[in-house]
Design a protein. Structure first.
Length: 54
């Protein structure tokens, strides 16, 4: 199973010019937004990735 560091490294490798610091910030921003939506009682969908609900 891929963890956070694996996913961040995948972003760095697939997006030209993106640093590890930038990829980490983007990754964290996406999952922070999903977390906030779930805390607010909403679901979250990321096309091509998955749906999240509590």
């Amino acid at each position: 199973m891929a963890g956070k560091s694996d996913l961040v490294n995948s972003i760095v490798e697939s997006v030209e010019g993106v640093t590890k610091k930038q990829a980490t910030a983007a990754f964290e921003a996406v999952f922070d937004a999903i977390t906030e939506a779930l805390r607010a009682g909403e679901g979250a969908k990321v096309p091509g990735f998955g749906s999240f609900a509590i």
